[in-house]
Ligand binder design. Structure first.
Ligand SMILES: [Zn+2]
Ligand SMILES: [Zn+2]
Length: 401
């Protein structure tokens, strides 16, 4: 039986597991119910399983029939603090929690890959690390798992790592997409506190008004983006919060604003951090105001290794035939903590279109929406791709290369 046929054969189990996970979504680093379901799904397989110390992760190592390096496959498991607005038979039973980013599919597909590969372990020249990760949605779960040793779980550092992400819109169903280089943005936060001295609105000369200076900072940040950064290495600065004052005739003591900052290269990320803080402090100083500016670091840029991204594309072609892989023309502006894995290990992050057939990918509610829906039909294909990436990467000729 081919890998794809074996994957199709386990379709019902994959759907059962995914629906079961979907009904009990958990948020953050501690997902005890999810962890239990994953352990049950892996039960009986010839795996070396360990669980996380400071998070409810599951790391499983499959030893191949022949010696060789290790590759890592990652699936994230956490949900979002969203109240589901779908009328599906397997809707969330946890109030205010929903698998709105499709991580229930990733978990199910990765468990499926463990079954597929366990049945083919003799073909593997090397080991496979299955990384079931909590806390992707803002909790740096990948970083915690790296600190707890997931990259070396097989006894040596993984030589390649692959992650997958389903999308409920934008891509046609069943189509995989990736690209070499940046695939997702870094997302950081600039926090600015402008401190002046309050007074009567009629006599500004007797106060130190923070508001005009803070407004100047907001527009100067946009100018900074266009004057100091390469248009082909984009930077997005959006001031999404701005607060000062109470009524029209009182000058407040201070003003505060914060901005989300998206970048697509290490260089731009480091430079905007330095230049944005320098800019707001400089404007404050020019007006005789004190400025407290801080830059909160979010997830780094997710950067695919060029070779691994084309290997992933070739693996899709080999498995499903032509027309199923699409080279993304540009990265997306969301962010991902798989970025931490790709900072340490070469690899690729691949998107998979999972829009249900009764919706249009161009207009369907996207990931994180309370109405997002993901089609079960992609589960066998996702499991097969995970397995095929490991099998091909650890085939004898590549492993010795
Ligand atoms: Zn998400
Ligand atoms: Zn996600």
């Amino acid at each position: 039986m081919s890998l794809l046929e074996s994957a199709q054969d386990m379709r019902d189990e994959l759907i059962r597991l995914r629906h079961s996970l979907h009904t009990t979504p958990e948020v953050g680093l501690h997902l005890p119910i999810t962890q239990e379901k994953v352990l049950a799904a892996l039960d009986g397989l010839p795996l070396e399983i360990s669980t996380g110390e400071s998070l409810s992760s599951v790391t499983a190592v499959l030893r191949g029939g022949r010696p060789g390096p290790a590759v890592l496959l990652r699936g994230d498991m956490d949900a979002l603090p969203v109240t589901e607005r779908n009328s599906l038979p397997y809707i969330s039973s946890h109030e205010g929690r929903m698998h709105a980013c499709g991580h229930d599919l990733h978990t199910s597909m990765l468990a499926g890959a463990a079954h597929l590969l366990a049945a083919r372990r003799e073909e593997l020249a090397g080991d496979v690390v299955f990384m079931f990760q909590p806390g992707e949605e803002g909790y740096e779960g990948a970083k915690v798992m790296i600190d707890e040793g997931v990259l070396d779980a097989a006894g040596s550092r993984a030589v390649a790592a692959y992650g997958m992400h389903v999308v409920s819109a934008m891509l046609p169903p069943g189509v995989f997409s990736s690209r070499g280089g940046p695939i997702m943005a870094a997302a950081d936060t600039l926090n600015v506190h402008v401190i002046g001295r309050g007074g009567h609105g009629s006599t500004p000369q007797r106060a130190q008004d923070p508001i005009p200076a803070a407004c100047e900072m907001v527009t100067a940040l946009q100018t900074l983006v266009t004057r100091a950064f390469d248009v082909f290495d984009p930077v997005v600065v959006t001031v999404g919060s701005f607060h000062a004052g109470t009524v029209d005739n009182v000058i407040p003591d201070d003003a505060r604003f914060s901005a989300t900052i998206r970048t697509f290269s290490k260089d731009s990320r480091a430079r905007i951090k330095q230049r944005a803080v320098q800019l707001v402090e400089g404007i404050g100083a020019a007006h005789g105001l004190r400025v407290e500016a801080s830059f909160g670091m979010g997830y780094p840029v997710t950067v695919n290794t060029a070779d691994e991204a084309s290997f992933a594309g070739a693996t899709v072609d080999g498995l499903f035939g032509p027309g199923r892989f699409f080279v993304a023309p540009q990265p997306v502006t969301g962010s991902e903590d798989f970025s931490y894995v790709l900072e340490d290990v070469p690899g690729a992050f691949v998107f998979l279109g999972a829009c249900p057939p009764d919706r249009d990918p161009a207009s369907a509610p996207y990931n994180h929406s309370p109405e997002a829906q993901f089609d079960d039909a992609v589960l066998p294909d996702g499991a097969a791709l995970y397995a095929s990436l490991a099998l091909s990467r650890l085939s004898a000729d590549r492993a010795t290369a």
